[in-house]
Ligand binder design. Sequence first.
Ligand code: HEC
Ligand code: HEC
Ligand code: HEC
Ligand code: HEC
Ligand code: HEC
Length: 277
Amino acid sequence: MAVGEIKLKRLLDILYAPLYIAADIVEIIKEKDKTTPTWLKLLAPVLAVGGLGIFAALSFVQAFVMTAWFGNPLPVLGFDQSPEQPIHFPHTIHAGVGPLIDEDTGEPYISPSGDMRINDDGTPMQGLGMDCTYCHKQVIERAWSGVPPVELCISCHKVIGDSDNMQLTKLRQKGLYEETKSPINWERVHRMPDHVRFNHAPHIWYLTENPNAIQNKPVDFETLPDGTVNASKVCSTCHGNVAGMEQVAQVQPLKMGQCVACHRANEASVGCETCHH
Ligand code: HEC
Ligand code: HEC
Ligand code: HEC
Ligand code: HEC
Ligand code: HEC
C-alpha cells in the first residue's frame, strides 16, 4: 500500500469512530434490555441522536478533507484558493482578449469592488491581450515564474488610468513616489509542498513544441505556421483561463495524480526523484 493510502485509511478510521461507538452503545442497550435502569433507556435516544449529529458534522469535515486530498478543497471557510491581494490586479483587463464578458453570466465582468468592466458609453471594456510572458518573463527559462516588479506596472500606470482609482493610487504609492516606495507583497495562490520539486521551463518548452498536450486551451488559441505555439498559450494546462479571472484562483488540483498521469501520457519520467527532493 502506498504511504498516501495508509494515511488515508487511518484518517477514515478516526473519522468513522463516533459511528462505531454509537452502534456499540445501541448493541449494549439492546442486550441488557431487561436489566437496564429506566434512566439509561431514556438516555439512549438522546445518545443516538447526539451520535448522529456528531457523525453529520464529521462527515462534513471528512468531505472537506477528502476533496482537499484528491483535488481542491470545497470552496468554504475561505479555502477558495483565491487569497485577498494587497492591490486588486485584474488579469481580465491586462491579459484578456476582446470584450470582457463573463462566460457564466453573459454580462461584463464585475470587479470585487462592484464596478462593472464597461466603458463610458456602456459597452464592455476590451482586454489588452498582453502576453503572459510580458509580465511572467522568467517562466520560459527558470523553475520559478515570479511576479513582475512594480516598475513594470509603473511604466504604464505613471500615466494610464484615472487618478481617482483607489487601486491605482495604492500602486503609484508603492512604485512612483519616492517617499512611499516599497515592493508589493503579493499573496501566493499556488504553492507546492516543500518536498515537491516543480520546474516551469521544461514544461513550457515541451508544450510549445507539442501543442496536442495542451489542455483547457484559451479562446485565442492558435498554432504558428511551424506547428508550435507561443509560450503564453500553454499556461492554461495547469492554471486554467487566467486571462478571464478578475482575481486569480487555483482551479486545477495539481495533485500528484495529475502530474504523474500527464508524465505517463507524454513519456516523461515518473521516478519518485523526478518530483521529490
Ligand atoms: C500586466 C502583468 C501581467 C500579465 C500580462 C499577466 N500576469 Fe499573471 N500575475 C501578475 C501579477 C501582478 C500577479 C500577482 C497578483 C495576483 O495573484 O493576482 C499575477 C499572478 C499570476 C498567477 C498566480 C501566481 C501565484 O501566486 O500562484 C498566475 C498563475 C498567473 N499570474 C498566470 C498568468 C497567465 C497564465 C497570464 C496570461 C494569460 C498572466 N498571468 C498574465 C501580472 C500579470
Ligand atoms: C501595457 C500597459 C500596462 C501595464 C504594463 C500594466 N497595466 Fe494595469 N492597466 C492598463 C490599462 C490600459 C488599464 C485600464 C485603465 C482604465 O480603466 O482606464 C489598466 C488597469 C489597471 C488597474 C485598474 C483596474 C480597475 O479596477 O479599474 C489596476 C489596479 C492595474 N491596472 C494594475 C496594474 C499592475 C499591478 C501592473 C503590474 C503588474 C499593471 N497594471 C501593469 C495598462 C497596463
Ligand atoms: C505543468 C503545469 C504548469 C504549467 C504548464 C504552468 N504552470 Fe505555473 N505553476 C505550476 C505549479 C505547480 C506552480 C506552483 C509552484 C510551486 O509552488 O513551486 C506554479 C506557479 C506559478 C506562478 C507563481 C510563482 C511561481 O513561479 O511559483 C506563476 C506566476 C505561474 N505559475 C505562471 C505561469 C505561466 C505564466 C505559465 C505559462 C507560460 C505557467 N505558469 C505554466 C504549474 C504550471
Ligand atoms: C501537461 C503535462 C504535464 C503536467 C500536467 C505535468 N508535467 Fe512535469 N513534465 C512533463 C513533461 C513532458 C516533462 C519532460 C519535459 C522534457 O524534459 O522534455 C516534464 C518534466 C518534469 C520535471 C523534470 C524537470 C527537469 O528539470 O528536467 C519535473 C520536476 C516535473 N515535470 C514535475 C511536475 C510536477 C510536480 C507536476 C504537477 C504539479 C507536473 N510536472 C505536471 C509534463 C507534465
Ligand atoms: C510527476 C511528479 C511526481 C512524481 C513522479 C511523484 N510524485 Fe509524489 N507528489 C507529487 C506532488 C505534486 C505531490 C504533492 C501534492 C499531493 O499531495 O498530491 C506529491 C505528494 C507525495 C506524497 C505526500 C502525499 C500526501 O498526501 O501528503 C508522497 C508520500 C509521495 N508524493 C510519494 C511519491 C512516491 C513514493 C513516488 C514514486 C513512486 C512519487 N511520489 C512520485 C508529485 C510527484
